[in-house]
Design a protein around this ligand. Sequence first.
Ligand code: TRH
Length: 397
Amino acid sequence: MSSATPSSEQPVAAPTAIACDIFCAVIDNFGDIGVCWRLARQLASEHGWQVRVFVDDLHAFQKLCPSLALDRARQAVDGIVIEHWHEPAHAGDTLEVADVVIEAFACELPPIYVAAMARREPAPVWFNLEYLSAEDWVADFHLRPSPHPRYPLTKTFFFPGLGPGTGGVLKERYLDTARMAFEASQPARAAWWLKTTGRAPPHAAATVVSLFAYENPAVDSLLEQWRDSAEPVVLLVPEGRISGAVARFFGLPSLAAGSHAERGGLSVHALAFTEQPGYDTLLWASDINFVRGEDSFVRAQWAAKPFVWHIYPQADDAHLPKLDAALAHYARTLPSDARDALARFWHAWNGAGRPDWAEFQRHRATLKQRAAEWAGELAQVGDLAGNLALFAKTQLK
Ligand code: TRH
């Protein structure tokens, strides 16, 4: 799959570069390392920072970054040092404390490292990078300081968000240009289809859907509706947690990358999980994107296409207010019938009701226009890496 990363994305860290350590504990799936790796690459390539990533799960990481070696305690990829954080107390073979320390998603830093942070003069700028939420309270808590109970250190809470006053979400400087170049180039799209599916691009009348989701009971109903749809649907499914259900629908033992199947108006291509920049191209090549978790949810917004979000499920349905908070931003200016249709579809995809594809399609043109407008509104909040770098610099002075 083609990569959206320009070849110019090379580390530019100077000897005087700001040093930054990012600590990432992978809870599950790919979002924790997905966000950290994207942030690391941006701080290195766009801000010239010297970045190290401490990560405890190289297997999950390697899926997004295939050049990573699984057996190395320390390695460099794109000029970023990657330390296999193999036990909680470990902080690399030599204890060096960076200028900026990012603790991702409240993972606990090695105590030995925190003690060294306290000894460092000047003290490093310490962030806890939180999970993304579109809820209103986020702006009130963004950049709140939290003094350490024992050491002379202050941790700053950095909250990503979709609205003003939050930390924003990650967006690379090259992203829009790369997307528009892909969309404008028929040969680039044809080459992508050939490389990714082994076929030419589908007929313009077909709706191309990318499907990245957790296991989802609503998928069977949707697959039936796509099969029976008057207009053809071409489904692109990266190998993952929803693949088993799609395979069963087609009567296949599995949906391994490279397989194709057809039923009625629905055809499916199973795709290999790509390196991270390649996932953007999949979103750009599709008309509608089903995304999940955190990072793919953000990428779908930058793809400026209608999308459906499978939010990461939490205990006691704590995720449902977050789903509605995101809808409140994204659907804000939609006419009420399109807004209701979108909300119904998103709710159905997250466990409440049956998704109605025909209704979604009826509003497709309006949703597409809103998707483009929303990408512009979201960009006003500023890119997370840029926002974080700016704040850190004010603290380092
Ligand atoms: O994988 P996710 O579900 O991740 C998470 C985690 O579950 C995490 O614990 C949770 O807290 C968080 O969601 C909210 O979904 P996400 O965030 O979209 O991450 C997927 C990453 O995988 C993203 O960076 C895009 C990338 N990706 C590829 O690089 N290639 C691919 O082919 C695909 C499908 C995705």
